[in-house]
Each structure stands twice: as structure tokens, then as C-alpha cells.
Design a protein around this ligand. Structure first.
Ligand SMILES: [Zn+2]
Length: 61
């Protein structure tokens, strides 16, 4: 994964599992500290991440 801001290839990735095989990925660039999220191959906003994770937690309980 390359940083969309500085093009560095040095990024940290954290995958958060949702229900089923679904997951969201969090990326942070180690060079410029840009942060972004992806879901299903698309970059998404933090609002959408919170919606997805809230939904997953509701299903687990
Ligand atoms: Zn960067």
C-alpha cells in the first residue's frame, strides 16, 4: 500500500474484522503520518468506519 499523500511505500496496516468475511483496514504512513481507511477496496471516511464497526458490534451481542 502506497501513501496517497507522499507516495511512500512504508505504511502500517491494521485490519479490523467485521461480521462474516467483512473487514475494514486502517493505514498509517510512517513518513508523513497520513491516516486513511479502506473497505472493500475503497477509501472511506472515519464516519463510515464507525458505522460499520457499530453495526458489527451490535450483531455480536
Ligand atoms: Zn505519506
Amino acid at each position: 500500500m502506497h501513501c496517497p499523500q507522499c507516495e511512500a511505500g512504508d505504511t502500517t496496516t491494521i485490519v479490523i474484522k467485521l461480521r462474516g468475511d467483512d473487514s475494514v483496514s486502517f493505514f498509517q504512513c510512517r513518513r508523513c503520518e497520513a491516516k486513511w481507511w479502506q473497505h472493500g477496496g475503497d477509501t472511506i471516511a472515519l464516519d463510515e468506519v464507525l458505522n460499520l464497526t457499530a453495526e458489527a458490534e451490535t450483531k455480536v451481542r
